[in-house]
Ligand binder design. Structure first.
Ligand code: EZ4
Ligand code: CO
Length: 402
């Protein structure tokens, strides 16, 4: 079998997605997600200008060799743009291979290790009362694991909260919006929020929280310690992960489980974190981590260190990435949890898919390949619109991590 063409499809059915469609001489095609939130066109150019010309004529079954060709063979390695582009190709090739063999992808990567995939959702509110109520609404929808985010008293905007009470979507059209951040206000407030949620809903629900890279190691240590009585499933991204050693300090002070890695691109971003058991959950995604080939290696490497997976699953990861993650989650032994931020109905229409949600879990189907399609005609009615993630500053104007 030979690859005959690859098309980079850009559309904005309520938000921007970049999708790679790889075509073969056997009539089978494969899909890959190449979306990098706020930097979409850089991946489009990387694919169209540099990778697709080298892809034509290759055998789509050679997933390992093709991955090495684009990673190792490029001389210039790593980084989110490069790895999202390689990730899209790798997903598409696995999709083609599984379709050609008439098997759902999970059968090629270990077979079924579990019948369903536990997910966590996002509950949020502009203040404590709204956030607590939203947790209740998600419990009613069947979720058994819930990430809780809330507006912070004294701050106008907070990560995870939409100002107008609609569904949260961090990217916004136009140039980047700026928001003010105060670590002090946040640290004083968060334990109160978690106490209220536990007091209201009891111990049977799993609670998570995303600090979204805002803290220093010693601040993260304080927060982890103060949250211990509420038994979080995890505290996510307490500190930006560039300095892996900094997690030694956090670990010394708290037994609150830690999750990290949604912005990681390769195994080298987390080798110290894994081998020194400094985190409990690894969140690197199939798309930004370079595809199914490397994410499987990462999961297998994490297993002996008691690190489980908790892949990033926000709305800027297309249904193609979510389906790929669900196949991996179904097959590996050290699956932990999967983030689930449901896509808008229009996104589901553009990407018809087989996976489905029921009572707090996602189920992958038996369709050959990834089990996702792409409605090009519908997508073409929604052209790309420039959008950015926000940026954050402290009260004195200092740029901070968003
Ligand atoms: O901010 O996907 O856990 N989820 C997150 C997300 C990220 C966005 C960035 O594109 O942190 O909301
Ligand atoms: Co996050």
């Amino acid at each position: 079998m030979k690859i005959t063409d690859a098309k980079v499809l850009v559309a904005s059915p309520s938000r921007n997605f970049v999708t790679l469609k790889v075509l073969t001489d056997a009539g089978v095609h494969g899909l890959g997600d190449a979306t990098l939130n706020g930097r979409e066109q850089a991946v489009v150019a990387y694919l169209e200008q540099h990778l697709v010309p080298c892809l034509i004529g290759r055998d789509p079954f050679q997933t390992e060799d093709t991955w090495q060709y684009f990673y190792r063979g490029a001389y210039w390695r790593r980084g989110p743009v490069t790895m999202a582009a390689i990730g899209a190709i790798d997903m598409a090739l696995w999709d083609i291979k599984a379709k050609a063999l008439n098997l759902p992808l999970y059968q090629l990567i270990g077979g079924r290790s579990r019948g369903k995939v536990l997910v966590y959702c996002h509950a949020n509110g502009r203040d404590l009362e709204e956030a607590v109520d939203d947790v209740g609404r998600h419990i009613e929808q069947g979720y058994r694991a819930i990430r809780v985010q809330s507006g912070i008293p004294g701050l106008e905007a907070a990560y995870g909260i939409s100002k107008d009470g609609r569904k949260y979507e961090p990217a916004a059209e136009g140039l980047p919006q700026e928001s003010l951040w105060s670590t002090e206000k946040y640290l004083n407030y968060l334990p109160k929020l978690m106490r209220r949620v536990r007091d209201t809903y009891g111990d049977d629900i799993e609670l998570l929280h995303d600090a979204h890279h805002r803290l220093t190691p010693i601040e993260a240590a304080r927060l982890g310690k103060e949250l211990e009585p509420f038994h979080l499933f995890w505290l996510e991204d307490p500190v930006a992960g560039e300095l892996q050693e900094s997690f030694r300090l956090i670990r010394k002070h708290t037994v609150t489980p830690l999750a990290l890695g949604e912005v990681f691109n390769t195994v080298y971003d987390c080798l110290t974190l894994l081998t020194e058991q400094l985190i409990d959950y690894i969140r690197m995604t199939v798309v930004h981590g370079g595809g199914i080939t490397p994410i499987l290696k990462l999961a297998h490497l994490a297993e002996p260190y008691h690190v489980r997976t908790g892949f990033h699953g926000a709305t800027d990861l297309s249904p193609v990435t979510l389906a790929a993650a669900l196949h991996v989650n179904t097959a590996i032994s050290n699956f932990g949890i999967q983030e689930h931020m449901p896509h808008a109905d229009l996104v589901d229409d553009v990407f018809p898919h087989e996976y489905r949600f029921e009572a707090g879990d996602l189920y992958i189907g038996e369709q050959p390949g990834l089990g996702v399609d792409y409605n090009e005609e519908l997508a073409s009615r929604y052209p790309y619109r420039r959008a950015y993630l926000p940026v954050a500053r402290k009260a004195d104007g200092t740029m901070w991590n968003w």
